[in-house]
Design a protein around this ligand. Structure first.
Ligand SMILES: [Zn+2]
Length: 211
């Protein structure tokens, strides 16, 4: 099912605030990209999951003002980067793992590996759940790890092969349980917990790490 709460992830964390333009007292080394945008209304800092820091600057905001803003936000940026690094370590993912970094052959190989892996784990967990599973698709989804359809088909992101086995298992069990409980009720989480008792921790880690 459509799942805003945990199988969807936002592309990046944002700092979005009005700039007080206070004089920056200290300069600290920080790598970032700056982009001017005709659509942006406010200065914004996007911290991407791979560690890139991108500053979006509206046309009317000067470069100097933007730089002052960045300096002020350095503690927030550093905290965010550290949080992402912890989450990456916890769930095992390494960046870059974007589709564009892979050749067609390598992408195909990873997709097939994901398919084999997911089918095998579904078989394993379905000895417990015993739900009818439709087809399994591996997709290049940019905003989610997995989803399921009312027809009983399951979709997983090919990046699942880059996750720790605990995180991957959680995603598989999550979608599998939706075939019994098409919601996120207490009953649903109880089902998930039967196979993955530590689901709450893994869910939190996955949510901390946007795709
Ligand atoms: Zn769900």
């Amino acid at each position: 099912m459509e799942d805003r709460s945990d199988t969807h992830f936002y592309c990046f964390l944002r700092y979005n605030d009005r700039c007080s333009m206070a004089e920056a007292k200290q300069k600290q080394a920080l790598k970032y990209q700056m982009r001017r945008s005709s659509r942006a209304r406010r200065l914004r800092i996007d911290v991407h999951a791979d560690g890139r820091v991108v500053v979006i600057r509206p046309l009317r905001v000067s470069r100097t003002s933007a730089e002052q803003f960045i300096v002020q936000k350095i503690p927030w940026i550093k905290k965010t980067l550290a949080g992402l690094a912890r989450a990456r370590k916890a769930i095992g993912i390494e960046y870059p793992f974007a589709r564009k970094h892979l050749s067609a052959t390598e992408y195909q190989r990873q997709r097939e590996a994901a398919h084999t892996f997911v089918e095998e784990r579904i078989g394993y967990f379905n000895r417990l759940y015993q739900v009818p599973v439709g087809r399994v698709f591996i997709r290049n989804q940019k905003t989610r790890w997995g989803s399921c359809s009312s027809k009983g088909n399951l979709n997983f992101n090919w990046r699942i092969v880059h996750l720790s086995s605990a995180a991957a298992d959680y995603l598989i069990v999550h979608e599998l349980c939706h075939l019994r409980e098409f919601n996120h009720s207490q009953q649903f989480w109880k089902l998930v917990g039967q196979a993955v008792p530590e689901y709450a921790r893994i869910r939190k880690e996955l949510r901390a790490l946007p795709l």
